[in-house]
Structure formats: structure tokens, C-alpha cells
Design a protein around this ligand. Structure first.
Ligand SMILES: [Zn+2]
Length: 535
């Protein structure tokens, strides 16, 4: 009966823990590392083919993103999670595979030209689809026998649609131990989904600490009022409100608020304004929300559902699925809201909307989420006067606004409140999923507050759950910094392509007056080329 910490140990992403009992190997989460990464993760001590189950707390890629890699490398067991998480994984793992394949294809185009060896994607669409086949969803609050000696229950933790903390009862040689994995603990102020539910008993708790040293503040931001004000002021000037937003979670919150603004007629001068959601992933995610409303939505959202109202749908909502739909948005000159991904403006359709709206002083670019250092979103928030998009220099004349977002994570006090709700004596708390120093400081806070031993393991850290003995604290092996010029090269390659396009247009203009026969030939060649790449 042993627990080994693999990922999100002294780090915020890449959640992965290995539980060994009764001859079975069970992974709790199998996430991808995202963003800056400080420590090397230890390899899993066993082959993916020898893992019997993956238990998944929620669909965010930093908890689920390496599952297709496990499948590619031989995992054939069940992936047990809630119904809503399974639905979200279906779209998010496929989206992740698409990104992996796209990046590999881009690298390989260059590798082929230079004779370098080809780059294999981390995993493919087929691997993601195979992973989806292994999803074995269950209901919240249902205690199920996973295998002999292991029972599990998923309880709503209010972080994302379908998110759960996982309770595991382990019986081995007549001894019972209960371990609870918090997953990411939600913030009680989030709309649509329920608040985190309290668990009462555990011998061991593995808890996240993303905000383990921070408070959201007593004063709740007037999100709703601020949002309405920004819409009104922008529409009065005849501009658009462009919102870079994460496709899953934040976009649905925005729709929820906009429906209410429309319902209460808070923008009485602009009752019929249109709202475009221009992100296929966001559109799919919205339908997953609607499909899972029963069991996942909070009281306020369910009151609407019970009246026959979809809380994420309203008159004027327009969904853009194809890239042609996307392009048409900017032909409509009426003031409107455009919600598009990616949330930090690094990729995706949002970049087209920024190109069309950033230079217009009557428009507003509204940020609703965290913008990491070095991203285009961060540059705009920090007041960049010009930015480069598609090789063009674009003046930033639009107003740049930020809404103090509703965090998806519990703050320090909420985490402590949740821990304080346990009624049984906890033998040990393990602190994971936080920044390097934060995990240690939160562990100290837990011990001070509750007089419970608490410890933040490094990757490879290991504990015997029978004896409550820490077998290893893990190894803090600092990752060597790898320069990543690929992205820069991607940008310049893209700029060169845009310039080639402009050159083509110049050539066309020069040939005005050419014989119709020759023009038809040129037209056919251009159409042929365009059709080939329009995918
Ligand atoms: Zn999460």
C-alpha cells in the first residue's frame, strides 16, 4: 500500500500520482506539464501497460493531457471519472492531439527540407480516440468497487464542470486506509457550477495549493457591473468588444453573464446586440455544459433550467464553426461581442479579430483571464503601442480592459476551510500542485493550523500508507533550461508566408489588362493553390 508522487510535485502542472495496492497500479491524474517547468519529473516506475486504472479528477490538460500518451505506450485499463469530465475529455484530448500533430507537421516540413530526422508527435488523434474509448464514467457520490480491496467515490469539488475530489478506500491484508485526492479545489464564487463539497473522513489527504499563499480578497469584484459598463461604453462609441477567452469554463461563464444582462435589459439602448462565439472547441464545450446540467449546475443555474431556460443561450448568440463563418464576423459593422480563443492571444482565431479591431479606437479588447509573461495578451495589458500580427504592424488604438476574473481555484482560506471540514483524524497531508515555495509554505500553514503532519513531496517522493512512513522525499532535480527557438522560427516562417501572399497580390495587380485566356489560367492556378491549403 504505497503512494508515489510523480508530477505537479513542487510545481503547478503535470498532476500525476501512483497508488500501489493489492497488486494493482492506479494512477490518479495523468497531466501534461504546461508553461515554465522547474523540476524533472521521475519516470513512472512501471510500464503503462502494467497500469490497471487511471482515476481522473477533471478534464484540464494539466491533469488529463498525457493519457493518450499512456494509451499509445500500452495502457489498456479503464479511465474512471465523472460523466461530465468524460464528455469534456472527449473534446479536449482530441484538441490536444490536433495541436501535437500540427506542431509535428510544422517541424517536419522543415526537417524534410534540411534532411534532419523526422519529429514524431507526442501522440496522435488516433491515440486520443483510443483513450476516449477507455473512459468509464460514473456518477458523483456513487461508491464503486474498482477492484478487489479498492473502492472509490467522486465528489463535486466545484472547480470545472465535472471536477471531483476522489475518495479511495483501500483494504489490504485486513487493514483499511482511506486516502482523499482533492484535485483542483474550486472557488465558492464561481457561477454555473456547484461549490466544493466537504469530505468528512480520511487517513491521508493529497491537496492542491495553487493559491496556497494567496487570498482572493474580501471585496468581491463587481464582475457583472463592470462587464455591463464596458459593453455599454464600447457600444455607445459604435465599437466591438473582443474577448480572448479560454474555451472551456471561462467562455461559458461569459455566456451566463451576457444572458443575464440581456434578460434584465441592462443595456436598454442595445437590446439586440449580437454575441459571436468563434471557437469550435468553445462551442463543443458549451454543449457539454448543457448536456450535463443535471447533477453539475448550481441552484441558481438549475432554477433557470427548471423554467425551461438554457442559461448559456440567448437571442443574438451566434456560433462560428467554420473558418468562413469566422471571416464573415468582421463584415458585420454593428457593435457586437466577439469571444474567441486562445485566451492569451498566442494562437487561434482571436488573432484575426485582434487584427480587425485593435487599430479601431472605438473598440475594446477585454481580458478575462490570467496572461502569462511573454504572451501577446500580456503585451497588450502592459500597454504595447503597436503589435505584430500576421507580419503586419498593427497600432493599438482600441481600449484595453481587464475584468478581475473569478478564479477557478480556492484561495488559501478556502483550502484551509475545506481541510478543516474533515472530522476524522488525518494521519498526514501531502501538498502538491503549487509553486515551488508555496507547496512548502502551505504545508507549514496546515501543520500550524491543524497540528497535522504535512509535507510537500518532490517528484519520486513516496509514502507507505500502512505505516505512515515517508520512504522518500523525492528528488529536486532542476531542469536544464532549453532554449526554444521553434516558436520564433514559426513566427518568422509565417511572416514570410504572409509576405509571399502580398507579393502574389502585387503580381495580380500588375497584370491587369492581360489577355482573358492568361488571366483565366492565373486564376485557376491561384484557386488550385488556395483550395489545397484551405483546410
Ligand atoms: Zn484544473
Amino acid at each position: 500500500m504505497k503512494l508515489t508522487f510523480i508530477g505537479a510535485a513542487h510545481e503547478v502542472t503535470g498532476s500525476c500520482h501512483l497508488l500501489e495496492t493489492n497488486g494493482k497500479h492506479i494512477l490518479i491524474d495523468c497531466g501534461m506539464e504546461q508553461g515554465p517547468d522547474l523540476y524533472e519529473n521521475q519516470e513512472l516506475p512501471i510500464a503503462p501497460g502494467d497500469i490497471d486504472f487511471i482515476l481522473l479528477t477533471h478534464a484540464h490538460i494539466d491533469h488529463s493531457g498525457l493519457i493518450p500518451l499512456m494509451v499509445k505506450n500500452g495502457f489498456k485499463g479503464q479511465i474512471v471519472t465523472t460523466f461530465a469530465t468524460a464528455d469534456l475529455c472527449d473534446i479536449m484530448l482530441r484538441d490536444s492531439a490536433h495541436i501535437q500533430e500540427f506542431e509535428a507537421e510544422w517541424r517536419n516540413r522543415k526537417a524534410r527540407r534540411s534532411g534532419e530526422s523526422l519529429y514524431e508527435p507526442l501522440y496522435t488523434m488516433q491515440d486520443a480516440q483510443d483513450a476516449v474509448e477507455l473512459l468509464a464514467p460514473c456518477d458523483y457520490e456513487q461508491r464503486i468497487e474498482l477492484c478487489k480491496g479498492v473502492e472509490v467515490r467522486f465528489t463535486d469539488i466545484g472547480h470545472l464542470l465535472g471536477s471531483a475530489c476522489i475518495e479511495i478506500w483501500i483494504t489490504e491484508e485486513g487493514l483499511l486506509r482511506k486516502i482523499v485526492f482533492s484535485g483542483d479545489v474550486g472557488n465558492i464564487n464561481q457561477p454555473i457550477i456547484k461549490d466544493p463539497k466537504q469530505i468528512k473522513e480520511a487517513d491521508y489527504v493529497v491537496i492542491e495549493s495553487t493559491y496556497g499563499d494567496r487570498l482572493h480578497g474580501d471585496e468581491r469584484p463587481d464582475y457583472f457591473g463592470e462587464f455591463t459598463r464596458i459593453l455599454r461604453e464600447t457600444f455607445q462609441k459604435g465599437g466591438n468588444v473582443v474577448i480572448p477567452s479560454f474555451a472551456v469554463g471561462r467562455t461559458q461563464e461569459l455566456l451566463y453573464f451576457i444572458r443575464e444582462i440581456k434578460e434584465k435589459n441592462l443595456l436598454s439602448d442595445f437590446p439586440n446586440f449580437d454575441v459571436y462565439v468563434d471557437s469550435p472547441l468553445a462551442i463543443e464545450a458549451t454543449s457539454v455544459f448543457t448536456k450535463n446540467e443535471r447533477g453539475c449546475f448550481d441552484k441558481e443555474a438549475m432554477e433557470l433550467v427548471d423554467q425551461g431556460i438554457n442559461p448559456l443561450v440567448f437571442p443574438g448568440l451566434k456560433l462560428s464553426v467554420t473558418s468562413d463563418d469566422s471571416k464573415l464576423i468582421n463584415f458585420d459593422s454593428r457593435p457586437k461581442v466577439i469571444i474567441s480563443a486562445s485566451g492569451m492571444c498566442e494562437a487561434g482565431r482571436i488573432r484575426h479579430h485582434l487584427k480587425h479591431n485593435l487599430w479601431r479606437k472605438e473598440c475594446t479588447i477585454l481580458f478575462v483571464g490570467y496572461q502569462a509573461v511573454g504572451t501577446l495578451g500580456r503585451k497588450l495589458i502592459e500597454g504595447a503601442p503597436v503589435v505584430k500580427l500576421f507580419g503586419e504592424t498593427i497600432e493599438v488604438a482600441a481600449r484595453i480592459e481587464s475584468l478581475k476574473g473569478i478564479s477557478g481555484h480556492a484561495d488559501m482560506n478556502e483550502l484551509l476551510d475545506w481541510l478543516g471540514g474533515f472530522e476524522s483524524d488525518i494521519k498526514h497531508v501531502f501538498v502538491v500542485h503549487g509553486e515551488d515555495q508555496v507547496t512548502d509554505s502551505f504545508a507549514e500553514t496546515v501543520t500550524e493550523r491543524f497540528d497535522i503532519p504535512a509535507f510537500a513531496p518532490y517528484s519520486g517522493g513516496c509514502v507507505d500508507l500502512v505505516t505512515n512512513q515517508i520512504l522518500s522525499k523525492g528528488n529536486p532535480i532542476v531542469k536544464k533550461k532549453v532554449e526554444k527557438p521553434e516558436k520564433l522560427r514559426a513566427e518568422s516562417a509565417f511572416n514570410r508566408t504572409v509576405n509571399a501572399g502580398k507579393y502574389l497580390l502585387e503580381v495580380i495587380m500588375k497584370n491587369e489588362g492581360l489577355a482573358n485566356k492568361d488571366l483565366a489560367k492565373l486564376e485557376a492556378q491561384i484557386k488550385n493553390l488556395a483550395d489545397k491549403w484551405n483546410r
